[in-house]
Design a protein around this ligand. Structure first.
Ligand SMILES: Cc1ncc(COP(=O)(O)O)c(C=O)c1O
Length: 462
């Protein structure tokens, strides 16, 4: 059997899939001041209207603009690969396939949404985009996309990653972006945090607040903010991953995978691969779908399903999601892109329904899995991606115990060639596991007490 399953360029999906059209109980609306659902106009200082329209859309299929496809062709359709060497090493009857998102210019799935977001901003007449970044994957993807469309780009990078991963910052600079460590002294919120916690490692929640503050403070109205995950339109843009994978599996005679796995920070890579299969599951297919997160930042497995802000300064509307509380400060694990207190509302509604079943792993187990991967398949994965590999290995070993020839599909969300400091820490025995203590979880979720509660209504089918 082939180890690389390649789609022709002409067969690239021409439309994105919107899960909002098919969820049995819809995602609950974002709430503004006073707990009232917000209208599109309230988001207008933050996002251009063409993106807001996608954010609230329940249309099942949405056309991918030709100008976006022309850039995606640089690396898409992305290869689907079969991990035959890992299969052999594990002596498993399972067939392991992975969708290789590491082949994009910045090296991850992130440009699948950075490119359309830059395009829609350009069409709307915006001149500059601000954003946050954790590990630097998103910041470098947006820097690349803004460069393609001639837009200015400013990136607030979480301090711990800024220090651990200087090469990502250089990539952003190569593509013409301005990257600063967050908290920074360039915004009111950054200065406030620095005064209260001068040695803080930072968090995605803080960096988002800084990037939004800069966007909405532009008096000329020519700056907007862009989010690399969490929101509905980001999930939508990423579905090109799963739509391609589905066609590629069919090319080798596989009607459906048995298990679909993706790591989840804000949820976009997981959603991108899995949502087209969640649609199949809603329509009756038997597929296990697993988002994987770190035990150090366990929003889906230990967080509350609650209305919460997407950022620390409470500048975003309230979103119905599994959350650890918007002021949660995750331990400085190496998977910087998984250090987020919340989770995409679309992913969360799928969890509420039982359509997807999250799990969490310690970072040492993830690095052990990344080492097995590197020694069998050869590629060095991103620390975030290692969470999906850990779950894949567990599922392949389970298939071996059960003697079942299961088809496992996972998202290889990025390479780790800019993340070697984590491998260094692992190889020199410095890497530690962190499990969030119950007392800290109680403290960080106490902030949710006075916020409105979303409904947990489900159909009970899954
Ligand atoms: C390689 C990689 N995988 C996964 C993630 C997680 O983000 P999301 O859940 O939005 O896909 C990140 C985030 O930075 C990443 O860089």
């Amino acid at each position: 059997m082939d180890v690389k399953i390649l789609l022709n360029e002409k067969d690239i999906p021409k439309q994105w899939y919107n899960l909002a059209a098919d969820l049995p109980n819809p995602v609950q609306p974002p709430l503004g001041p006073g707990g009232k659902p917000i209208g599109p106009e309230m988001l207008a200082p933050v996002f251009p209207m063409n993106i807001i329209e996608q954010e609230v859309s329940t249309q099942r299929w949405i056309d991918i603009p030709k100008e976006v496809l022309e850039i995606l062709y640089q690396w898409r359709p992305a290869p689907l690969r079969r991990a035959t060497r890992l299969e052999k090493y594990l002596k498993t009857p399972a067939k392991i396939f992975y969708k290789d998102e590491s082949t994009s210019p910045p090296g991850s799935h992130k440009p699948n949404t950075a490119v359309p977001q830059a395009y829609y901003n350009k069409v709307a007449g915006i001149k500059k985009i601000t954003t946050e970044t954790g590990a630097g994957q998103w910041g470098s993807a947006l820097a690349y996309a803004c460069n393609q469309f001639g837009l200015e780009c400013k990136v607030y990078m979480v301090r711990i990653s800024f220090d651990q991963k200087p090469f990502r910052k250089i990539m952003m600079q190569v593509w013409g972006a301005n990257c600063v460590a967050s908290p920074s002294n360039q915004t009111n919120f950054g200065r406030k945090i620095l005064k209260e916690m001068p040695n803080t490692p930072g968090s995605l929640g803080i960096a988002i607040s800084e990037a939004i503050e800069e966007a909405v403070s532009d008096k000329a109205g020519e700056t907007r903010y862009s989010l690399g995950s969490v929101l509905n339109h980001v999930m939508l843009h990423q579905t090109i991953i799963g739509l391609e994978a589905k066609k590629q599996l069919q090319m080798v005679g596989i009607k459906k995978p048995d298990i679909v796995i993706g790591c989840a920070g804000g949820g976009s890579n997981f959603a991108g691969l899995s949502f087209p299969f969640v649609q199949d599951k809603i329509n009756g297919a038997n597929i296990e779908i697993i988002p994987v997160e770190p035990k150090a930042c366990p929003s889906m497995t230990r967080g509350e399903f609650a209305y919460d802000h997407g950022d620390t300064a409470c500048m975003t509307p309230l979103l119905a999601m599994y959350t650890l509380g918007h002021a949660f400060m995750p331990e400085p694990i190496h998977a910087g892109g998984l250090r987020y207190h919340g989770m995409a509302p679309l992913v969360c509604q799928a969890i509420v329904e039982g359509l997807v079943k999250p799990r969490a792993y310690h970072q040492l187990k993830c690095y052990e899995s990344a080492m097995i991967w590197a020694k069998t398949e050869g590629f060095i994965c991103a620390p975030e991606t290692s969470h999906a590999i850990a779950a894949t290995i567990d599922e392949a070993l389970k298939a071996k115990e059960e003697g079942k020839e299961k088809v496992i599909l996972f998202s290889y969300s990025g390479h780790g060639l800019m993340d070697l400091s984590g491998y260094d820490a692992y190889l020199t025995g410095k890497l530690k596991d962190y499990e969030l203590p119950d007392a800290d979880l109680k403290k960080s979720t106490a902030i949710l007490k006075d916020l409105p509660k979303p409904s947990t209504k489900k159909t009970g089918k899954w």
